[in-house]
Design a protein around this ligand. Structure first.
Ligand code: COA
Length: 178
């Protein structure tokens, strides 16, 4: 089978309650603000971010290669409240991983699921065969996002990586798109 043709992801995707826009330096302050709101409420999104500079380095260096990793921001009423990423993209295998996060105060409203559905539709449009979610076995909220959006559990990787100073077991979820 041929490699999947590399075509660009849409720069913006419109949902009924939220919008996804590709992350860019113009959103640096907004991203810093939502991460701060998240941390104040005990959230763990980008736990390593302590300054505006941390965000600006991340945003300017991340989209080096538009075919390696796609970072979208979740905008609610025009303001950034979370992010959605397509990463570990394999054009040879027609698949990619998706990752997500939303500030604590906007959790439990279905915004991440809406954003995930937008990204899955875009991946389908671009010809991807499969989306994968790799989550911490202890991250019940993330596991629920995968299940709620039609992913099936395909495996469990024991002591898959070190995260926050401990070995982490990872649950692998997959969803066929075509
Ligand atoms: C994991 C995480 C993204 C989940 O966010 P979330 O807001 O719970 O996810 P969803 O958008 O799917 O929202 C679902 C919840 O909204 C509720 N909801 C309300 N209105 C809804 C609607 N219109 N549509 C769907 N769900 C809705 C659902 O009932 C559900 O609540 P429940 O879990 O109490 O049953 C969030 O907890 C987070 O950012 N965590 C930190 C970062 C992280 O761990 N990322 C994952 C790494 S793999």
């Amino acid at each position: 089978m041929e490699k999947l043709e590399k075509r660009p992801f849409a720069t913006s995707l419109q949902g009924s309650r939220i919008q996804l826009v590709m992350s860019s330096p113009q959103y640096t302050q907004q991203v810093f603000d939502y991460i701060q709101r998240d941390h104040r409420l005990g959230g763990v999104n980008y736990s390593w971010v302590v300054s505006l500079e941390d965000v600006s380095k991340h945003i300017t260096t991340e989209p080096e290669n538009e075919f390696k990793e796609i970072s979208y921001l979740i905008l609610k009423e025009g303001l950034a409240v979370g992010s959605m990423h397509v990463h570990t993209i394999s054009y040879s295998d027609h698949k990619a991983e998706v990752g997500y996060g939303i500030e604590k105060g906007e959790e439990g409203k279905g915004y991440v699921s809406e954003a995930l559905q937008l990204v899955l539709s875009e991946m389908k449009r671009l010809g991807f065969n499969k989306a994968v979610i790799n989550c911490d076995k202890e991250n019940a909220c993330s596991i629920k996002v995968a299940e709620r959006n039609g992913f099936s559990q395909e495996g469990l990787l024991i002591q898959d990586c070190i995260e926050n100073g401990r070995f982490r077991d990872s649950v692998i979820f997959g969803k066929l798109l075509q």
